[in-house]
Write a protein that binds this ligand. Sequence first.
Ligand code: ZN
Length: 139
Amino acid sequence: MRELSVYYCPKCGYFAFYQLPQNAVCHQCSRDMTRLDISYQDFTALDYEERDRLISAKMVESAPSLVCRITAPEKLHCQRKLVGTLIQHILELEDEVNSLNKTIDWMHDTIWKQLKIRQALTAELQDLKAASQTEHLDS
Ligand SMILES: [Zn+2]
């Protein structure tokens, strides 16, 4: 029987054990999981916190945009700096979401206005058609 390997999802941190790499797909993100370079036995010997730390470190490593903001020695030793960078990143993303929401509201309002104008024009057109038909009948 083939040995189990440890795989983790670089996006959400979910981990599981598989014999075949093709089975290692994250249930939550449906993306391919990455194999950890640790044996199944060594991994299961770790406690929850150690597993957490190992996978967190791998996730940070596989996020190139974060890694290039933090230099290598700092990355290893300064978790506070990493947390700071992540918080900053989250705040930036929140700002972005806010401005996108504003754009959507604006588009929504504009579309409603356009729809109302269209309805008014359609009604007007129908009135005109009706009026011209009556004119036809009169003449
Ligand atoms: Zn995932």
